[in-house]
Design a protein around this ligand. Structure first.
Ligand SMILES: NCc1[nH]cc(CCC(=O)O)c1CC(=O)O
Length: 287
């Protein structure tokens, strides 16, 4: 609701149209199952798309990283607004290096677990679910020593005060699409698509296209230990991607760059190079 409100304000400003927020509860909001088990199949997305197709709402705002990589029938990606900070953060009493040996760190994301274990093999990683406030409360209550969350989500909720450390992409590569939003509408509404397109940012779209193509070629969802980060460097799109063993013992990490218009090709080539270096074997391993 918070991020949709921000998008509604930006759209009203650009187009002069009033935007009404309609709350839709998704399976991802209510299910207690770990995202590593139910994620990647659109649990935060499907109910919103059903609402679009039923004509109950005109457009939907998603966190782009929650979108499955495959296309959806009758649905168009009308805009990717300028991306927020894509990095992951540690919330707790200290930076990662200063946490005591064996500290309990909450995250259910195989990508974050694998990269955390590579940085600090001694930590006890504890799977958690729930929204950001629920997770932060577990630290405040002393149930956990720290949690890993996305900077973008915390910023939108006004909870950056909880951040102890921002992970640079060379320590922890974010999820494909992290920090970016996706505006979807029905593909049979070209005028609406144009209106929504007023908040589109082409460089964000190029970056998330490259990142999500890596994930698609690796056939991973949000449960895959795949980290990516693409950004503009000297007018080129620079992409880095990693596949990490779940126990943190090994990582394949590669980079590529090219013209932003070739984002998909850059992502596809990088994914193939990762596979050639054993990425598929790393992805198949659990514990
Ligand atoms: N899968 C949960 C999810 N989906 C989007 C965000 C917020 C960050 C974003 O918009 O990319 C989060 C929470 C998190 O990862 O901490």
């Amino acid at each position: 609701m918070t991020q949709s409100g921000l998008v509604a304000d930006a759209l009203s400003q650009r187009t002069g149209h009033a935007v009404e927020l309609v709350g839709v509860t998704t399976e991802g909001d209510v299910s207690k199952a770990l995202l590593a088990q139910i994620g990647g199949t659109g649990v935060f997305v499907n109910a919103l798309r059903d609402s679009l197709l039923a004509g109950e709402v005109d457009f939907a705002v998603h966190s782009l990283k929650d979108l499955p990589t495959g296309p959806a029938d009758g649905i168009a990606l009308a805009a990717t607004p300028p991306r927020d900070d894509p990095r992951d953060v540690l919330c707790g009493p200290s930076k990662l290096a200063d946490l005591p040996r064996g500290a309990r760190v909450g995250t259910g994301s195989p990508r974050r677990i694998a990269q955390l274990r590579a940085l600090r093999p001694d930590l006890e990683v504890v799977p958690i679910r729930g929204n950001a406030d629920t997770r932060l409360r577990k630290v405040a209550d002393g149930e956990l020593d720290a949690v890993v969350l996305a900077h973008a989500g915390l910023r939108r909720l006004g909870r950056l005060d909880a951040v102890a450390e921002i992970f640079e992409p060379d320590q922890m590569l974010p999820a494909p699409g992290q920090g970016a939003l996706a505006l979807e509408c029905r593909s049979d509404r070209p005028e609406l698509r144009d209106l929504l397109g007023t908040v589109d940012d082409p460089m964000t779209r190029a970056a998330v296209t490259a990142e999500r193509t890596v994930l698609a070629v690796l056939e991973g969802g949000c449960s895959a230990p795949v980290g990516t980060y693409a950004a503009e460097v000297e007018q080129k799109l620079h992409l880095t991607a990693t596949v990490a063993a779940f126990d943190g013992s090994r990582q394949v990490r590669l980079s590529a760059s090219g013209h932003p218009e070739r984002a998909e090709e850059i992502g596809r080539d990088l994914a193939r190079r990762l596979l050639a270096q054993g990425a598929d074997q790393l992805m198949g391993e659990r514990d």
